[in-house]
Structures are given as C-alpha cells and as structure tokens.
Ligand binder design. Structure first.
Ligand code: PGA
Length: 244
C-alpha cells in the first residue's frame, strides 16, 4: 500500500518562537485519526525543538539534507544517524536547491539516499527538470536519469524510499504544474519504480502546492501527496493541504 504523505520543507526559515507556535498548532490539530501522514522537515538546529513539541502526537519530523557519510572530517555536515537520535524519521535528499546551489550530482544524491536509510531515516529523494529542460523536451530523460541514480544506489531497499517530483520551474514561483502535467511525470516515475520492484513507493508532487490546488493534484492516480515549501510555514495553509 502506498503511503499518503504530506511533507513540509521549511527550508532555511524559522526561529525558536515562530517554530513553537507552528509546531503547537500542528500537534494539537493533527491526530492519529487522519488518513495521511504529516511530516515537517525543519532546519537541523531545530530538530530537538521539533522532537519536544511533536513526540507525543501524530506529526512526524525530518531533516532537509544529510551527509553521504556516517561520521568523520566533514565540517558543517549532519549525519543521518545524528538526526535519527532526535527522533527524526525522514530526510529530504537531492532537493533542486541542493543540486543547483551545492553542486550535488545524481551520484551524490544516490549516496545520500543510501546514507539516510543506513542511518535509520526514510529518504525523500527529489527529482525534477528545469524550465530549460522542459522546453527542450528533455523532462522524461532528466527525471528518469535522476530516479535511476537513486534506484541504482539503493537496490532492493528502493521500496523503503519516497520519491518527490518537483519541477524546478514550479518551486517558489507560484507556478504549479497542472495536475495532468504532474501526473504524466508521476506515471513515468511509477513505471521505472515498478520495473525496479518498488512500485509501491509513494511519489509526492512539489512546487507551489497550496490549499487551493492540492485537491486537484491529489486526485491524480499516481500522486500520493505533496512536498510543500512556502505553504508549510503557515499552519492553516499546511493543514488545508494535508486534509485536501
Ligand atoms: P514551494 O517549494 O512549495 O515553496 O514551491 C517546494 C519545495 O521546494 O520543496
């Protein structure tokens, strides 16, 4: 059974006071009776705060990146095992901002997904084409290459991963892929995952998801939930998406 999942990505936003309010709202309003899983991926320094605020409830928490290494001389990096010690369950890997701003290659993303699993976290592996790639007609080739790198790195463990399709041109731009555009790519990802024995992996859509467009996206057969950036910082908007 594919998990229905909504994951918030706070990116580099937040502060102790604002986080406390947001986490308290989520903790009080999201219960074990909900049909979806709800996750917030917070900046690493706030993992302890997320753990304290959420550990008795239904909302789960995660990190936005992990090192491909388990420990060692990697200044500034956070290992999956360290995040797991704070009760963290998920790790975003290969977000387009990491690929673009930090030069993360498909190989690195695959290694990070493997490191997340080894450290006890579920990787949420992001794939997605740029506007230029879409306009050149290269969308399928790009996302296939990106997901294949993760499949190759994880092997049989791919079935324990989550995949997020985030067209780069839709991230933080207010421009969402239409449900049909997203579904077409999700179907392609699903078929590659199925061929690797991981057809039950949840595939999330991300890129300007809001309360007003979530239901139409979730109605598509291969969209299992969302990876939400900006709108995850607003409790009302995030809960509206989660319940769409
Ligand atoms: P957005 O970001 O919802 O603000 O477009 C999504 C993401 O980058 O994960």
């Amino acid at each position: 059974m594919r998990d229905k999942l909504v994951v918030g990505n706070w990116k580099m936003n937040g502060g102790l006071a604002a986080n406390a309010k947001l986490l308290a709202r989520l903790a009080s309003e999201w219960t074990h009776r909900e049909r979806r899983k709800l996750v917030v991926c917070v900046p690493a320094p706030y993992l302890g705060q997320a753990q304290a605020a959420l550990s008795s409830g239904a909302v789960m928490w995660g990190v936005q990146d992990v090192s491909e290494h388990a420990s060692g001389a990697y200044t500034g990096e956070v290992a999956a095992g360290m995040a797991a010690e704070f009760g963290c369950r998920y790790a975003i890997v290969g977000h387009s901002e990491r690929r673009r701003l930090h030069g993360e290659t498909d190989r690195v993303v695959g290694a990070k997904a493997a490191a997340a699993l080894a450290g006890g976290l579920v990787p949420v592996a992001c794939v997605g084409e740029t506007l230029d790639e879409r306009e050149r007609g290269a969308t399928e080739e790009v996302v296939a290459r990106q997901v294949d790198a993760v499949i190759e790195a994880l092997g049989a463990a791919m079935c324990r991963c989550v995949v997020a399709y985030e067209p780069v041109w839709a991230i933080g731009t207010g421009r969402t892929a239409s449900p049909e555009q997203a579904q077409a790519v999700h179907a392609l990802l699903r078929s590659r995952l199925a061929a690797a024995g991981a057809g039950d992996v949840s595939v999330l859509y991300g890129g300007s998801v809001k309360g007003s467009n979530a239901a139409a996206l979730f109605a598509m057969p291969d969209i299992d939930g969302a990876l939400v950036g900006g709108a995850s910082l607003d409790a009302d908007e995030f809960l509206t998406i989660a319940r769409a």
